[in-house]
Design a protein around this ligand. Structure first.
Ligand SMILES: [Zn+2]
Length: 195
């Protein structure tokens, strides 16, 4: 089965099950059992703009579960970033992940079994109004892009986090809040209900 075939089948499956929690084992079967099924699923998000949520986005999803919230891909998705802009941003960032410092083509510091692949990421997410302007773009490795490096970096304590958040602009505080509410929707609802 061709790569495009697997991705197209996955896209059709997600679109037929919008709003339903899908299990990785089922998605692997839909993709024809190929080992790269999870990468094809990520491409639907990173290349086509379908907001397919995982455990990294919502704590009520278990690892290996996926959820497409809306059948419509994000408008004017990052596909609009030109080759020239990509090359400019990668060069400006020294072909180095701006989150963990991994260098393109070298073994990844947190997962040495993987060669570092760089993507272009948005500093302010498009869903938060961030633009495709080079000033809002940065090189980010696939490990950080998936949120995995966060697990291996030293974790800041809640006290340190709160100090940082209190010092931030109110706009950045609202962004932090929005991210937390998306990640912990059930806890946010319970918290508000207590008031
Ligand atoms: Zn990284």
């Amino acid at each position: 089965m061709s790569k495009g075939g697997a991705r197209a089948r996955l896209r059709a499956h997600f679109l037929a099950h919008v709003g339903e929690v899908l299990e990785g084992d089922d998605l692997r079967a839909v993709a024809g059992g190929i080992s790269e099924w999870a990468r094809r699923v990520r491409e639907l998000r990173t290349e086509e703009g379908y907001l397919i949520l995982t455990n990294n986005d919502r704590s009520d999803l278990r690892p290996g579960q996926y959820l497409l919230e809306s059948p419509r891909p994000a408008p004017a998705f990052a596909r609009a970033i030109s080759k020239e802009t990509r090359a400019y941003v990668l060069d400006r960032n020294g072909f180095t992940c701006q989150m963990c410092g991994a260098v393109a083509g070298e073994a990844h510091p947190y997962d040495p079994s993987r060669k570092t692949r760089l993507h272009i990421g948005h500093i302010i997410d498009k869903s938060m109004g961030g633009s495709d302007d080079p000033a809002n773009l940065r090189a980010i490795c696939s490990v950080c892009n998936e949120g995995a490096a966060n697990l291996t970096l030293d974790r800041p304590s809640s006290q340190k986090l709160l100090i940082q958040i209190r010092r931030a602009t109110s706009g950045d505080q609202v962004q932090a809040m929005a991210w937390l509410i998306r990640k912990f929707p059930l806890q946010a609802r319970d918290f508000l209900a207590e008031k």
